[in-house]
Write a protein that binds this ligand. Structure first.
Ligand code: KE4
Length: 427
């Protein structure tokens, strides 16, 4: 499959941008080959610069839960555009967005809007440190929370793919303040608290991991995390940038009935435009400037275009309540992959919940960073390219989650299952 236009664009891009991309995972470094360039997207389909149509299971890394360029989101954006692009002042749409978030997430009494998931988690950590007057934090190996210094320690996602989870450029002094423990390991977590008595400001985790592949918690694990953090006066931060409004209207915390102290959001609440948010208990949030001593700010925070697109996306979720349909699509894909792998005698794990899934080529049940690494990444690369040749675009890394939208229903999911089945048969 030749892609002369993408190849030419990539050659130009590499002269101008490191690796020819603006986010590392897009470079296809872990699956090999050169990335394609996309010029348009609609529904479940990407249109490449070489006019190939691909069924998309990345969904711009989560935001496109209604598919790309949904008419309702497009119309909301067009209407907002009539009034301007950015005001730098309070505006009605950020109030409406805050009301939506507080309504869907009862644990969020107050919320601050920002421009990315990285900003949300970085700010939540600073807020927890300011509120507790403690410096240390706990994160879980393989969880990815964006690229702020304190959190790029044993990160997931692209940092994991690139084989050096601890990024260069992070001062050792910063890394020393971040304690890393395995996901799904209550004993290790209790030991970390015992070794740092009264010192842990916050524990941040992806309650369902989406950046080391897709990994769900053992039964009772999240309740144990909640109990230990409460016992030690540690702020529990759920990073639901990926899972918020995707796993359930109120994210994992609704599905698992766990109440964190702070929650980070992003992706879906921007409808495809740059966005982030963090919120939680008012007594913690009120430590934020201008009320309190913890500073946080942003030129484009609450941007009216991002708010308009995000509100339209949330309105659609409230109207359609698509979660059972999305789970049926996820099961259909999971069942097809499992059946094909069984017929081939190929060990595979296909964790799936609702519209999130991943595919690990290993016989080992994947429950944390270490077991995720037992997956055959080279085989995943071959599988990825076989799917791409068949017209299906999976995340270009064995350590990412796949995303399904309502637009995949019907022909797209059926065709995708055929392509994934044929790809496995050909391995
Ligand atoms: P952003 O700064 O990329 O908006 O959000 C960072 C972030 C925070 N928390 C979670 C749970 C996330 O998944 C992310 C970003 N996710 C990656 C996908 N693995 C974004 C894609 C990329 O980095 O190119």
């Amino acid at each position: 499959m030749t892609s002369p236009v993408s190849d030419s664009l990539f050659a130009r891009a590499k002269q101008l941008m490191p690796g020819g991309v603006n986010s590392p995972v897009r470079a296809f470094r872990s699956v090999g080959g050169a990335p394609f360039f996309v010029k348009a997207a609609r529904g479940a389909t990407l249109v490449t610069a070489d006019d190939r149509e691909l069924i998309d299971f990345v969904c711009t890394w989560g935001p496109a839960i209604h598919g790309h360029n949904h008419p309702r989101i497009k119309a909301a954006l067009a209407a907002a555009l009539e009034h301007g692009t950015s005001f730098g002042t309070p505006n009605p749409s950020e109030v409406e967005m805050a009301e939506w978030i507080v309504k869907f997430f009862p644990s969020i009494q107050k919320v601050r809007l920002c421009n990315s998931g990285t900003e949300a988690t970085m700010s939540a950590i600073r807020l927890a440190r300011g509120f507790t007057r403690r410096d240390k934090i706990i994160k879980l190996a393989g969880c990815y929370h964006g690229h702020s210094d304190s959190l790029l320690i044993k990160a997931g996602s692209g940092a994991l793919t690139h084989g050096h989870p601890d990024s260069a450029g992070v001062p050792a002094a910063f890394a020393r303040e971040t304690v890393v423990v395995p996901y799904n390991d209550c004993a290790a977590l209790a030991a970390a608290f015992a070794a740092n008595p009264g010192q842990i400001a916050a524990l941040i985790l992806e309650p369902y991991c989406g950046n080391v592949g897709f990994i769900m918690p053992d039964p009772g694990y999240l309740a144990q995390v909640r109990q230990l953090t409460a016992q030690h006066g540690t702020v529990l931060i759920f990073d639901e940038v990926m899972t918020g409004f995707r796993i359930a209207p109120g994210g994992v915390q609704e599905r698992e009935q766990i109440v964190p102290d702070l929650t980070c959001l992003g992706k879906i609440i921007g409808g495809g435009l740059p966005v982030g948010a963090f919120g939680g208990r008012a007594e913690i949030m009120d430590c934020l400037a201008p009320l309190g001593p913890v500073y946080q700010a942003g030129t484009l925070s609450g941007n009216p275009l991002a708010m308009a697109a995000g509100i339209a996306s949330l309105q659609l979720l409230a109207e359609l309540q698509p979660y059972a349909r999305l789970d049926a699509l996820g099961r259909q894909l999971r069942d097809a992959v499992q059946a094909a792998a069984r017929a081939k005698g190929l060990p595979v794990q296909v964790p799936q919940c609702g519209s999130m899934f991943s595919i690990f080529f290993t016989a080992t049940p994947v429950r944390d960073y270490a077991t995720a690494l037992t997956g055959d990444a080279a085989l995943f690369g071959r599988f990825f390219h076989a799917c791409l040749a068949g017209g299906v675009y999976l995340a270009p890394s064995a350590y990412e989650a796949g995303f399904i939208s309502t637009a995949h229903e019907g022909a797209a999911i059926d065709r995708a299952c055929e392509v994934l089945t044929a790809a496995i048969r050909g391995l």
